[in-house]
Design a binder for this molecule. Structure first.
Ligand SMILES: [Zn+2]
Length: 260
């Protein structure tokens, strides 16, 4: 749909932004018997929050399409050194096999979609888990298990899918990455438009799945694990304020689309 100038002003839509192309490009199993490590395929029992990430890669070419390809990249069985320096069998990055038959451990990470200025690359279906923010980063305590109190409150102490005793946000979150590629040097238009695509797509998904964004928590990865993500929305007061504005603008857009 097109927006009038008045709507663009009220809804904080950047003047040059146009509706993006939505490309469904799911992470596929490696073989019929072997799921891709980044898309185990298990179902999420429910949605308790939308979680926003930033890709963290400022490279000009690191757009939604490139990030989608990264999450879909292949892997193969091999051996690598774990954090303690022990040789372990597992899956390694393609092309990483080096001396002594050791490779680089395949790093598992995924998201439901990536948004840039002009494109949404959808990598995991809404109803499935994505490995977007399950990492434990804080000092361990029996009650909070390394997670911020908010995560414990929202996601509970036990993962409903595998039964492990820890809050497991990936079972309850729909996730979106905002591309941070520096497509337009010395300009904030690329970031602003990518953020707009993210807001627009989150609203579309919410309306399609009956998630009420005036009630459902809209979170940063930072809120769930305290990781600095999306980095332009975490840190000094100006960046925290930018996140508050982003969130408010997302809710306004949702309310607008809900009635039109
Ligand atoms: Zn993140």
């Amino acid at each position: 749909m097109t927006f009038t100038n008045e709507e663009r002003r009220i809804l904080m839509i950047p003047s040059g932004w146009q509706e993006p192309q939505v490309v469904i490009n799911y992470i596929r199993p490696i073989t019929p018997m072997l799921a891709h490590l980044n898309r185990p395929g298990d179902k999420r029992p429910e949605t308790r929050a939308y979680v926003f990430h930033g890709t963290g890669n400022l490279d000009h070419y690191a757009n939604a399409k490139a990030n989608g390809a990264y999450f879909r990249r292949p892997f193969h069985p091999g051996e690598y050194l774990d954090a303690k320096g022990y040789r372990v069998k597992g899956y390694i990055e393609v092309g990483s096999l080096g001396s002594g038959g050791l490779g680089k451990k395949f790093i598992i990470a995924s998201t439901h979609c990536i948004c840039d200025r002009r494109r949404v690359e959808v990598t995991i279906p809404y109803a499935e888990r994505a490995y977007n923010c399950g990492d434990r980063r804080l000092p361990w305590s029996e009650k909070e298990r390394g997670m911020p109190p908010l995560a414990v409150r929202l996601f509970g102490a036990r993962d409903p899918v595998d039964g492990k005793m820890k809050p497991y946000p990936n079972s309850f979150t729909w996730s979106l990455e905002i591309a941070m590629n520096d497509e337009l040097p010395n300009s904030s238009v690329d970031w602003d438009e990518s953020c707009m695509t993210a807001r627009w797509y989150a609203v579309r998904v919410a309306l399609a799945h009956g998630d009420d964004l005036t009630k459902l928590p809209i979170l940063r990865h930072h809120d769930v694990t305290e990781k600095e993500c999306p980095s332009p929305f975490v840190g000094p007061a100006s960046e925290e304020a930018a996140w508050i504005r982003f969130k408010a603008a997302t809710i306004e857009l949702y309310k607008f689309f809900r009635v039109v």
